[in-house]
Design a protein around this ligand. Structure first.
Ligand code: C5P
Length: 406
């Protein structure tokens, strides 16, 4: 799971439950991981399979018999950063107010450690019923956050307060509740990740150990902050979530042409891919046969994608990664100049337990103005730091363009 935050979406049995799959899709598109828990009556409006497909996670259904773990309501209780009950029916609100725990969702809510947001959606007369009003007051007093429904025509044809708010508005409320930034809205970012493969013959190739985790973390984080992301990737050790727009390539030359095509229209290029510097000068049409003695493979240079985009850049911020075994700062500075990049993130690959294939890394961020050490951090946190520096560099460019009068 590459998402920065995890949300439990509780779906209860009102007509607005038909909007839950789209809500899951939008939350995930904004980089949030979603687990759906649904009541028995919600299944009358939307199927668990639909929600399982869009969330790419098993859906928690009403009864424990459907789950493998009988203590799931307790083991799961610390896994979420926020819970949203949408739509919340009058019945479910009543159960929450009364502390009733007679199915998996209501029991899970009692055990949750995170903030719980409740989005009531029902017929306007039901919503203004004293019982519902009092129950919602009880919930508010207990620290639940109640998202008021919208005014308008409800599914039953009556007009009044009771409609589930527009889904983008719900996503915005959740993002705000999670403390997520939306500072990359309207920004187009090309991220490369993974390793390239250079064929030698039909079955052999030259490659490296890069897993693609860092690039994937940057793509997910950028999307989570509102950017439009395209992930151009070589071979990856991790599956790419379906909500990230991606383009697979194999060789450095394929990656070069994909990046060149996307570059003109983007605001930033983040080259995390481990691109092969060389490729076999010739690709044998048939499997190379074993023969006595030494063999030599002639290599020829691949295009340097980062350096080439660095030369072509107009408004784009160009970010590269450098795997070094010594002199991180000096080598980073050298690479910054050679590739005409705006930021080089230097990765000390001589260290054990970080870098290649690890979930952690330690980077030295080198820009024209500064050198900063990240310390050892999870790649998803490092991804946020890279993006913070991108935002900083963008505002510096704007400041320079306006002569510092912004
Ligand atoms: O020069 P070096 O290979 O160490 O530079 C690493 C950086 O350059 C990385 O950002 C990598 O994605 C990029 N690169 C490239 N094209 C190559 C080799 C590396 O864009 N052929």
């Amino acid at each position: 799971m590459n998402s920065v935050k995890n949300v439990l979406l509780g779906v209860t049995g009102g007509i607005a439950a038909y909007r839950a799959p789209e809500l899951v899709r939008l939350l995930r598109k904004s980089g949030i991981g979603v687990r759906v828990a649904m009541t028995k009556n919600a299944e009358l409006f939307v199927t668990p399979m639909t929600l399982e497909t869009v969330s790419e996670r098993k859906v928690w259904r009403a009864g424990w018999q459907e789950q493998e773990n009988p203590l799931i309501h307790l083991t799961e209780s610390n896994d979420y950063d926020l819970a949203l009950i949408a739509p919340a029916t009058a019945n479910f609100i009543g159960k929450l107010a009364g502390g009733i725990a007679d199915d998996l969702l209501s029991t899970l809510v009692l055990a949750l450690a995170c903030p719980v947001y409740v989005a009531p959606a029902m017929n306007p007369r039901m919503y203004s019923n004293r019982a519902v009003v009092d129950n919602l007051d009880i919930l508010k007093k207990r620290g639940f956050i109640v998202i008021p429904p919208e005014d308008g025509e409800t599914a039953c044809g009556e007009v009044g307060e009771g409609r589930l708010p527009q889904l983008p508005k719900l996503v915005e409320i959740v993002r705000h509740g999670l403390g997520l930034k939306s500072d990359l809205e309207g920004v187009k970012i090309v991220v490369t990740a993974g390793r390239t493969e250079e064929p030698l013959d039909p079955v052999r190739y030259l490659s490296n150990r890069s897993s693609g985790k860092m690039g994937l973390a940057i793509a997910a984080a950028a999307q989570g902050r509102g950017a439009e992301v395209i992930l151009i990737h070589g071979i990856m050790s991790k599956r790419i979530p379906e909500n990230i727009k991606s383009m697979p390539v194999r060789t450095a030359r394929e990656m070069y042409s994909a990046v060149s095509n996307a570059f003109a229209g983007c605001d930033a290029l983040v080259m995390t891919a481990a691109v092969a510097d060389y490729r076999p000068a010739e690709i044998a049409p048939n499997k190379i046969k074993k023969k006595e003695g030494r063999r030599t493979i002639e290599l020829t240079e691949n295009p340097d994608i980062l350096a080439s985009m660095g030369q072509k850049k107009t408004k784009q911020i160009v970010i590269g990664f450098a795997a070094e075994t010594e002199n991180a700062v000096n080598n980073g500075r050298k690479k910054l100049l050679e590739k005409n990049a705006d930021l080089i993130c230097v990765n000390d690959v001589s260290r054990l337990n970080i870098g290649f294939d690890s979930d952690f890394n330690e980077l030295t961020f080198v820009t024209k103005q500064s050198v900063r050490q990240s310390g050892k951090l999870a790649k998803r946190i490092l991804a946020e730091k890279v993006l913070d520096i991108f935002v900083e560099l963008t505002s510096e460019v704007k400041r320079t363009a306006t002569g510092g009068n912004e």
